[in-house]
Design a protein around this ligand. Structure first.
Ligand code: F6R
Length: 357
């Protein structure tokens, strides 16, 4: 039930700190250490490459998860859109292992790939919110999101829970390979949950940002580099699906290769900067669009902020930054949709789970 909330989406955004705290508990053993079923870790350690297959928001979570796995566990990962993989299967490595990411566990495009993968005899792990769902039953292994039912069509808490599970998976895998983590993931996810709370309390500020940048615009661009690029893709998807503003996410460096032609006087460009390594370059990209008349909304992480930034998120482990930087984007989308009288929980033309290919 949505209780006193006007929309499920807002309720589910607010649940994110709790979901992350619950997730930590669910994946902790009696000594407080994070664990993943040893059969899963063994299967991954017998494979030579991970293929992540998913759709929509879950695909965006896969892009971030792949970075976490490669950076921490040093296992090569490819991320594929399920509907493309079906018809255009890449040349696979000798010993592939598949990870299907699906909130509902029912997405037909993902299932079609799983059916092929099982026919080929490869191991498959499903990361899902729904125990007993089709993708969970048909895969060899399942990792649950423990996010509670997600009712709003636009996925919010499932995305951050997917990132949480993938970070735990990456860390446990890394340890199994003898790679030393230079941080304590339990502690850092706790910091993330606290930061999420701060962000959920910034609704008025984020509503003002939505009003200032998105009230009348026809389109909006999101730019970022590395992790921030993937979050930008998710921010653009949220915005377009519930507010019907045409929104696109781009890698900061790709702008000048074409998209910059679309920038006009007043075009909102939401730039995300949470990664020290690319902070200067993304700010350079902001200057490029501002010179063409763009209305820049910079969302940065504490420590990298400058006076011109519109919103600053609390500092967290850089690898976990998407779990926090996505929240202002979710809330900005929510308020943009609200200001435009859109049906936030049930956007036109969309269904919660897409069970046709
Ligand atoms: C976006 C959204 C969709 C789903 C996609 C995959 O907010 O909800 O893009 O992410 O249809 O669904 P699952 O994760 O259930 O496979």
């Amino acid at each position: 039930e949505k209780g006193t909330y006007p929309h499920y989406m807002l309720k589910e955004i607010d649940e994110q700190p709790l979901v992350i705290r619950k997730l930590i508990q669910k994946y902790q053993n009696e000594n407080g250490e994070l664990t993943i079923d040893v059969d899963i870790i063994n299967a991954v350690n017998q494979s030579d490459r991970i293929y992540i297959v998913a759709a929509g928001t879950s695909y965006h979570a896969g892009l971030v998860g792949a970075q976490m796995i490669e950076k921490l566990a040093k296992v090569p990962v490819e991320v594929h859109v399920a509907s493309e993989f079906n018809y255009n299967m890449p040349i696979l490595s000798e010993k592939p292992l598949f990870i299907f990411i699906s909130q509902s566990g029912e997405t037909a495009d993902s299932r079609a790939v799983l059916v092929q993968v099982k026919e080929l005899g490869y191991p498959a792990l499903t990361v899902t919110n729904v125990q007993g769902s089709t993708l969970s039953r048909e895969a060899d292994f399942t990792l649950l999101l423990h996010a509670g039912p997600e009712i709003a069509v636009a996925s919010t808490k499932a995305y951050t829970a997917q990132l949480g599970v993938l970070s735990i998976f990456a860390a446990v895998l890394a340890e199994s390979k003898g790679h030393n983590l230079e941080f304590d993931l339990v502690q850092d996810l706790g910091i993330v949950a606290n930061a999420m709370e701060v962000l959920c309390d910034a609704k008025e500020e984020l509503e003002d940002i939505a009003r200032k940048f998105l009230a009348t615009t026809r389109n909006c661009f999101f730019i970022g580099r590395t992790m921030d690029y993937y979050v930008g893709l998710e921010g653009a998807l949220k915005l377009k699906e519930i507010s019907y503003i045409q929104a696109e996410g781009f890698a900061g460096g790709e702008l000048k290769h074409g998209t910059i032609a679309l920038i006009e006087n007043g075009t909102p460009v939401i730039a995300i900067s949470t990664q020290e390594q690319v902070d200067l370059s993304i700010r350079g990209n902001v200057k490029e669009v501002v010179a063409r008349g763009a209305n820049p909304c910079i969302i940065s992480m504490k420590g990298l902020e400058t006076e011109e930034d519109s919103f600053v998120v609390p500092p967290v482990n850089e690898l976990l930054s998407p779990l926090v930087s996505v929240i202002p984007l979710q809330l900005i989308s929510y308020y943009a949709a609200l200001h435009r009288d859109c049906d936030v929980d049930k956007p036109r033309n969309l269904a919660k789970s897409v069970t046709v290919e």
